[in-house]
Design a protein around this ligand. Structure first.
Ligand code: FES
Length: 322
């Protein structure tokens, strides 16, 4: 016989059978809990366990759990972090412009402002194409303009969506936006150092966080490790020059392919440059899943909080790759 457990999510209460997945039971009970991948990858369903026990879906040494992975095994109380509610809206492509041989800037025209936290992502479904996840970001030059959202998209040969950008998908193409989603968003009011690590177009959400963090505290300590495969993919160079004007910002550009063109750009992996992490740091990482997992391990070893946004391989729900 199933034992019934009482679940309190924020101020709402529902019941689950022992062993039920928390997210499934919340949805079946008509309780809103933002989610996306349902595989423990995107972090959108992350909640804080305040009381009781769950099986699975836990984070190392943390009271945060993934509702899509956690099974209810006792009466529990969980709370969500305050985030804007996901919405859906129709929009149009305003511009597709080349930033690097393998990266484009995508600008969408939206009928009303989309409320999101820096670092969150959206699902974009171009008419006639499958949905993909991309992070809205601050413009690389100038200030944001009302009614426009900027994204960076890596073009993959054979990528169903990315290879069509600027080809079958041109200005005027209709797009459905759903979001915001994700848990690797900027947490303000932190007095310690902020560490940002990006690879490839993982730069987009990290750039958004960098801008928000420095708007909040222009003198704050911020380390930004920015990785790209090769020099030609280093499309964010101008934006990093803007950041470098802040007094306590350290930028470490890294490329994985050996290069001798510039001594300012290091070779290796982003995690080669995270030796000085401390428990007071908050770390955010976005990009290749292997990189974000390595960064999370390094942060854990240092006792620092870490939020990651791994770009899953093409075809998986939270994919930002194709
Ligand atoms: S929905 Fe649970 S991690 Fe993505």
């Amino acid at each position: 016989m199933h034992r019934t457990c009482k679940v309190t999510l924020n101020r709402e209460t529902f019941f689950a059978n022992r062993g039920d997945l928390l997210l499934d039971r919340a949805m079946m009970s008509g309780v809103e809990l933002p989610h996306d991948c349902r595989s423990g990858a995107c972090g959108t369903c992350r909640v804080r366990l305040v009381a009781g026990k769950v099986f699975g879906g836990t984070e190392h040494d943390s009271d945060m759990i993934y509702a899509c992975q956690a099974r209810v095994v006792s009466d529990i109380e969980v709370v969500t972090e305050p985030v804007p509610d996901p919405v859906s809206m129709r929009s149009r492509v305003a511009e597709v412009a080349r930033l690097a041989p393998d990266v484009v800037r995508l600008v969408l025209e939206v009928p009303k402002p989309l409320r999101y936290l820096p670092g969150q992502y959206c699902k974009l479904q171009f008419r006639g194409f499958p949905a993909r996840s991309y992070s809205p970001t601050f413009p690389l030059e100038g200030s944001p303009k009302a009614g426009l959202l900027h994204f960076h998209v890596r073009k993959l040969s054979g990528g169903i969506v990315s290879s069509a950008l600027g080809n079958g998908i041109l200005a005027g193409h209709r797009v459905k936006i759903t979001g915001p989603l994700g848990s690797a968003f900027f947490r303000p009011n932190h007095s310690g150092k902020i560490v940002l690590v990006s690879s490839g177009t993982g730069f987009a959400p990290m750039w958004s966080i960098a801008v928000a963090a420095l708007q909040e505290q222009p003198h704050r300590k911020l380390l930004f490790v920015v990785a790209a495969r090769c020099l030609r993919s280093f499309y964010m160079y101008g934006a990093l020059c803007r950041l470098a004007r802040f007094p306590n910002v350290v930028i470490i550009p890294v490329v994985s392919e050996p290069q001798r063109a510039s001594t300012a750009i290091r070779n290796g992996r982003p995690t080669d440059y995270l030796a000085g992490l401390s428990p007071d740091d908050v770390v955010y990482a976005s990009g290749a899943p292997a990189m974000t997992a390595q960064v999370a391990r390094a942060a854990r070893a240092a006792g620092a909080r870490c939020y990651t946004d791994p770009f899953l391989p093409t075809g998986l729900p939270a994919s930002k790759a194709s």
